[in-house]
Ligand binder design. Structure first.
Ligand code: NDP
Length: 422
């Protein structure tokens, strides 16, 4: 029997290729400075790309007392919600040993409860709404330190458990990057699900709102572009919690180990780069006509409809293959390994329409910032690379796991992400 990675349980994964080790080393060294570079451009160079110079080193932010207590308080608050907030218990997918982990799905409650608490604290004067914007630099450093420490802990923990069948290559850099344990838990507390879904994700929208508060302090009003970006991002994350259970059938939860890539990505990359547009808009909001607003909203919500429709269709199909798809009985391929591959509905148009919908939303977010600087378009450039790379990895894994069934699926649904284009 092989696990969902195509690996024999109880054995190591194949050794990491030198090119992959070199790439992951490069990413670990380059990505954190890249986030600092973007922050320095936004904070000190009027949101324009600037040539790095020795001056940059002077700008590197240190943690502050405020940033430390914000991070500590935030993690504590979100952890308590993860443990204690009401929610249903749901079983994840079957693990190689035949067991299934139980997850508490209380994100929807936690999301709204967080906003009620933050709004009450702001109304009572206990917190200044623009504090996250003002502390953005120190928070970035504090979160980096925390994420690196957590990733080292995860690696150490995973190595001590690897003999029990986790998928590791034995190369320290590669295993540090990808993780040495798939589902690290402390008691029933699932570290991967928590980091994927709570502090960074809600933190992203909280930082957006803080930039909106900063703009309000400066201009005495909120621009249409700032309102749009806050609504788009709030909607995107709220929708995630509305369908929280669907995360259990995603690639990250089912197949990835939990290492630096996901840990640092969830805690630093998401909250500190997905907020670039709101950061930029504080001082550079373009005037938007009614038509521009309508066009941006249309693009965002069309992308959303595709993204959500695709993800929920797979999730419902996998939970119950009897469910109709677009009003018809589903068409699918029954694989020799067992799982069914849907070939109708969104999954009949391309193999990753969910990525396409997500991409359209990202494009709408970038377009709200106008055309004066390329920096706010960082998200769509990065996201295009991420989705293309992710689709290739997913394809390779599915080809290895499903063999001829996957090839048959690819013949039935030949487009990877965009029908008739790619
Ligand atoms: P998917 O949710 O598409 O999951 C891929 C898995 O689904 C495959 O590995 C396979 O797993 C299964 N599968 C593939 N084809 C079929 C089919 N035809 N029928 C049934 N099951 C199938 O991918 P991701 O987990 O990568 O993405 C989930 C969402 O998260 C996407 O919408 C993506 O856009 C979004 N995302 C957003 C990011 C962001 O930063 N904003 C980052 C990454 C993702 P199995 O082994 O079960 O068969």
């Amino acid at each position: 029997m092989t696990d969902s990675n195509g690996t024999q349980p109880g054995t190591a994964a194949p050794a990491a290729r030198p090119s992959r080790v070199a790439l992951t080393t490069l990413l670990i060294l380059v990505l954190p400075p890249l986030v600092y570079y973007i922050w320095i451009c936004l904070e000190y160079y009027d949101g324009k790309l600037a040539a790095p110079s020795v001056d940059f080193a002077r700008h590197l932010p240190r943690p502050t007392f405020e940033s430390a207590w914000i991070v500590a308080g935030w993690f504590l608050f979100q952890s308590v919600l993860q443990i204690a907030a009401p929610g249903s218990g749901v079983e994840g997918t079957t693990l190689p040993d035949g067991s299934r982990l139980r997850y508490k799905m209380n994100g929807w409650f936690s999301w709204w409860f967080t906003w009620v608490c933050l709004a009450a604290a702001a109304a009572a004067g206990a917190i200044r709404p623009s504090i996250l914007a003002d502390q953005f630099g120190p928070l970035l450093t504090t979160m980096n330190l925390f994420a690196f420490a957590l990733a080292i802990y995860l690696y150490w923990r995973g190595r001590t458990r690897s003999a029990r069948g986790e998928r590791v290559t034995g190369n320290p850099i590669y295993d540090f990057w990808l993780g040495a344990e798939k589902n690290p838990r402390i008691g029933a507390f699932d570290l991967k699900l928590f980091c994927e879904a709570r502090p960074g994700l809600i933190g992203w929208v909280a930082i957006d709102f803080s930039f909106a508060a900063r703009q309000y302090e400066k201009l005495g009003t909120l621009t249409a572009a700032m309102i749009l970006i806050c609504v788009f991002h709030f909607w995107y994350v709220a929708d995630y919690y509305r369908h929280e259970e669907a995360i259990l059938t995603t690639w990250d939860i089912q197949h990835e180990n939990f290492g630096f890539m996901l840990c640092w990505g969830d805690l630093v990359w998401v909250p500190f780069t997905y907020t670039i547009q709101a950061f930029y808009l504080v001082d550079h909001s373009p005037p938007l006509s009614v038509w521009a607003i309508a066009g941006l909203a249309l693009l965002n919500f069309a992308g959303f409809a595709i993204f959500r429709g695709t993800n929920i269709q797979k999730h419902r199909f996998r939970r119950n293959p009897e469910n109709s798809v677009w009003g018809q009985p589903p068409r699918y391929i029954r694989t020799a390994r067992g799982p069914l591959l849907l070939t109708s509905g969104w999954w009949g148009l391309a193999r990753h329409m969910n990525y396409f919908g997500d991409w359209l939303m990202g494009l709408a977010w970038c377009l709200t910032t106008g055309f004066s600087s390329v920096l706010p378009y960082f998200y769509i450039v990065y996201f295009t690379i991420l989705l293309v790379h992710r689709e290739r990895r997913d394809h390779d894994r599915c080809a290895a796991v499903y063999g001829e069934d996957w090839r048959s699926y690819c013949r039935t649904v030949p487009w990877r992400i965009v029908p008739r284009v790619y």
